[in-house]
Design a protein around this ligand. Structure first.
Ligand code: ZN
Length: 102
């Protein structure tokens, strides 16, 4: 199984791409990013989920889950990071960046 260049996947796939895939609807938007209801379905307020588009990080102030765009997709789809990266590349028609060892 070839290695995936996760940094290259993160460079190619933005948090906004992942939010588009899950049809995230922000209730508030400011310079730092977007706020909306948590895609994990936790019982917080409709503004508890924060998406910081410049840094591609997310955080939910209710369930305290946080991470980068790949981790968000992996958690939502219940995939390992490796499979989440493959899945995202396929959905977004991006060539999977592999680590070539020789
Ligand atoms: Zn949450």
């Amino acid at each position: 199984m070839p290695g995936i260049d996760f940094a290259a996947v993160r460079a190619a796939v933005s948090l906004q791409d992942v939010l588009n895939l899950i049809e995230f609807r922000p209730v508030r938007r400011n310079q730092r990013g977007l706020r909306g209801s948590c895609p994990f379905g936790c019982d917080g307020s409709p503004r508890d989920f924060a998406a910081y588009l410049e840094t591609n990080r997310y955080y939910c102030f209710s369930c305290r889950r946080g991470g980068n765009q790949l981790e968000l997709w992996a958690r939502l789809q219940r995939l390992r990071l490796y499979d989440a990266a493959l899945d995202l590349c396929q959905r977004l028609h991006i060539e999977v960046p592999l680590i070539h060892r020789w």
